[in-house]
Design a protein around this ligand. Structure first.
Ligand code: FAD
Length: 428
């Protein structure tokens, strides 16, 4: 059907870039095409809500690799081409067709298509000044209007919303965070961490409203002017930044007949249900990679660390090797002077222990399942983060009772012990 011209990677961001780099490091010799729909060189997203938004770093610092690097490594970069259809043969080869009509033949295919911002469906959502923050174009659109705004409403109290809100506050804006749920960062952290962030952000001047029932965005002359609530009250806003989560880009996978369930379903070697296509990063639903997690548990992660580690697994797969996900998933989120680091995955926890040292501004929550540590949220506590990450990687426990009875000044790493049979039980 097609000229088989090596590997085609659809999606030129964190996962796609890492996949190309890892393949070359492993000695993959076929041509690689790294193709994306955005009209930018591949760039890193995290600073868009933080240092870049605040003007602390410029555009160039976000770019992953130089043009020379890609040339030297025989990787063809294609920008501004949105793939709308893939025709694939059972042997893994095929052709991808772009909206423009351009065709990209391949011998093997990788989907690193990520996720897109979930859209807000209320009256006024189309007004000028209602913006999102998923990609560089979104960020540029926000930056273009931020200078003229006094009041900003951030819809969504998740990581992106809180990072952007903290940046905008630092830039001198009156910022109101509107969260639909009863607490902040509902999806990713437990109650204690959510409560800590609520307290800490309020103390730093963010107006945070939980259980916010938005009915519409009000406008004047086509531009947003405020956010209206069920009780008729209005918060003024010349910018409304919506950060209510993302939707994985699964349309191509669906069109190809691949299994999809909150992401493209892959096995522990990043292979999709056809056995030849790899899918990596934010778009992929994979087996929980943490050693000792319950058999069959699956997860879709949205983090830089996962994009990198998952891409390495996929690179091995494309080289015909079966290697496990290396390391323990981790995540960071910088919000003003609050530096959150999360080690492990807290899903399924049944107990927590809080370590709080207000004098030094440190706060950690340790999560346990059946007596075994599975994760930690650490705010301005990098040593706690490292201790838990290392313990998880070494298959050790940090027993809850030892942490509870220890002074917050005691280093967690000194409390790590080999897993007892009891704590190792209950998981497989
Ligand atoms: C503002 C912001 C701040 C963040 N901060 C942090 C942080 O502090 N820490 C952290 O760990 N993570 C952070 N993240 C998350 C992290 O950036 C993502 O997890 C990571 O980018 C995922 O990489 P990916 O390559 O899997 O997907 P994406 O980055 O979503 O890239 C997918 C690419 O595929 C392209 N694409 C999709 N469909 C098609 C198609 N049909 N044809 C062609 N191209 C297509 C998309 O346009 C996109 O460029 C942040 C994300 C954002 C948006």
């Amino acid at each position: 059907m097609s000229d088989q011209t090596g590997l085609l990677i659809i999606g030129a961001s964190q996962s796609g870039v890492q996949l190309a780099i890892s393949l070359r490091a492993l000695g993959f010799e076929e041509p690689i095409t790294l193709l994306g729909e955005e009209n930018h060189r591949p760039y890193q997203r995290p600073a868009l809500s933080k240092e870049w938004l605040q003007g602390e770093v410029g555009n160039e610092s976000l770019i992953f690799r130089s043009a020379e690097y890609w040339d030297e490594h025989n990787v063809t970069l294609v920008k501004d081409q949105r793939i709308v259809r893939v025709e694939k043969n059972p042997d893994g080869s095929g052709v991808a067709v772009a909206e423009s009509g351009a065709e990209f033949p391949f011998k093997r295919l990788a989907l690193t298509v990520g996720a897109r911002a979930r859209k807000m469906a209320v009256d006024g959502a189309d007004l000028v000044g209602v913006v999102y923050l998923r990609n560089a174009d979104d960020a540029l659109a926000l930056k273009a209007i931020v200078g003229d705004a006094t009041d900003v409403a951030v819809v969504g109290g998740g990581f992106i919303g809180l990072e952007a809100a903290s940046s905008l506050k630092k830039m001198g804006k009156n910022v109101t965070v509107l969260e639909y749920g009863p607490r902040l960062v509902g999806r990713a952290v437990g109650e204690e961490t959510a409560e800590y962030f609520l307290e800490a952000h309020r103390a730093r001047g963010l107006d945070i409203r939980l259980n916010a029932r938005i009915t519409r965005f009000t406008g004047e002359a086509g531009a947003v002017a405020g956010v209206e609530f069920e009780d008729g009250s209005v918060v003024p806003a010349q910018i409304v930044l919506v950060g209510i989560g993302v939707v994985p880009n699964t349309e191509l996978a669906e069109q190809m007949g691949l299994a999809v369930d909150n992401g493209i379903v892959v096995d522990s070697h990043a292979l999709a249900s056809d056995g030849t296509t790899v899918a990596v990063g934010d778009c992929a639903n994979m087996p929980n990679p943490v050693p000792g997690s319950p058999a069959g548990e699956r997860i879709r992660l949205e983090s830089v660390n996962n994009a990198i580690e998952h891409a390495k697994v996929a690179a091995y797969s494309l080289m015909g090797r079966r290697e496990d996900y290396a390391g323990i998933p981790w995540f960071w989120s910088n919000q003003a002077d609050l530096k959150l680091q999360i080690a492990g995955l807290s899903m399924g926890f049944d107990a927590t222990v809080v370590r709080r040292d207000d004098e030094r501004g440190k706060f950690s929550v340790l999560y346990y399942r059946s007596g075994r540590i599975i994760a930690a949220d650490c705010v301005n506590a990098p040593l706690d983060f490292m201790a838990v990450k290392n313990a998880l990687a070494k298959g050790q426990n940090v027993p809850a009772d030892a942490v509870q009875s220890a002074d917050p000044g005691v280093q967690l790493k000194t409390l790590a012990v080999p897993l007892t049979t009891a704590a190792a039980g209950g998981t497989s």
